[in-house]
Design a protein around this ligand. Sequence first.
Ligand code: ARG
Length: 462
Amino acid sequence: MTEKKTWSDRFEASLHPAIARFNASIGFDIELIEHDLTGSIAHAKGLAKAEIISDLEAQSIISGLEQIRSEYKAGQFNPGIDEEDVHFAVEKRLTAIVGDAGKKLHTARSRNDQVGTDIRLYLRDRITEISAQLKAFQQVLLELATDNIETLIPGYTHLQRAQPLSLAHHLLAYFEMAQRDRERLADVYKRTNISPLGCGALAGTTFPIDRHYTASLLNFDGVYGNSLDGVSDRDFAIEFLSASSLILVHLSRLSEEIIIWASQEFSFVTLTDRCATGSSIMPQKKNPDVPELIRGKTGRVFGHLQGMLVLMKGLPLAYNKDLQEDKEAIFDSVTTVKACLEAMTILLAEGIEFRKARLDLAVAEDFSNATDVADYLATKGVPFREAYNLVGKVVKTSLAAGKLLKDLTLAEWQALHPAIEADIYTAIAPKNVVAARNSYGGTGFARVKEAIERAKKAIDID
Ligand code: ARG
């Protein structure tokens, strides 16, 4: 038997080197090392509690595991392909440090429940971090909203000018999306936070372990009630990738808007030098690389979600090596979501400036107050559909005459309908048009102020 060998004496020949490389996950699952050590410490305590190993053995195992943690942090623990995966790498190093006690650590457990434990511990931490990042993103949105309650911006449907909005109202829509993202993550957390430790390879173990004890040491909320499910469940990973995909849907939509706003055609925002880049050939250009990258990276996470669903759909119970493929999908999604959230938060805080004069002009130069003429007539007793048709007519004639609604004379208005009086001009002024949309959840300034107060409270859900 060579030093490298991890398998039992059933094996005689060593693995083909290409197959060893193909089989190994150490290149990426080293990411789990801290959680693997934490999980193993809890397992060692559980073994001692069940008197499967002595307290002394447990202590030496734990100090060995802590030593590996320090070595890793100091950059001195760098396992390679020979170790296959992080679990074997740790066990091998532990045995080198503490001797025979190290060989007892794997009693009453399998790499199947071990890796399931590690990935849940890892994801738990990342969910907490991503949730905090979402909160920071919301805080920036809230600050921008507070500063821009009375800043107007054209509102669109079909990317056609529809009705003007308070810029704060527009920004708060993203606050709401981020709030749902946090709620979803909190929900995923619940199902991630269940311990599979002690499920063994698939069937449980013959040793008298206390799974609830190790679960509580690791701050899990509970334990899997079925060992087969415990080792083969990756629902929580799919849920995480789904929640991550939605976070990126939201960031990508905001990115798309910022890209449009920054175009010369819109010119609603200026990109500051902090977050914009230049062109290598066209010196006049300032490019929105940050929102473009966020929009672009979104696809990777959708891909990982799809990949995980396909990975799982044909797997017979219980563990199959296919499950090793879950890690890169999870790790890359975590990296991508975190990077995008960080970049978007910085972009909002320092990377864009709203061009208020340009926005004022934009909301004044279109027909987005047409609904308000119809509403005006409706409040004077004209049935809405009739009013709608009348305004359609006046928009048509105004367009032909190259005029806006605000340019019509009172005589022209009264020719349209005798109920129209001089107050039509105030009714269709952009600020008043926005202020008047005071239904709950609408863009009216009073409602937006309330929404900001609600948001300030809601942001502290956890
Ligand atoms: N590296 C493996 C994984 O990531 C660990 C579990 C291996 N289990 C096994 N029965 N081969 O899934």
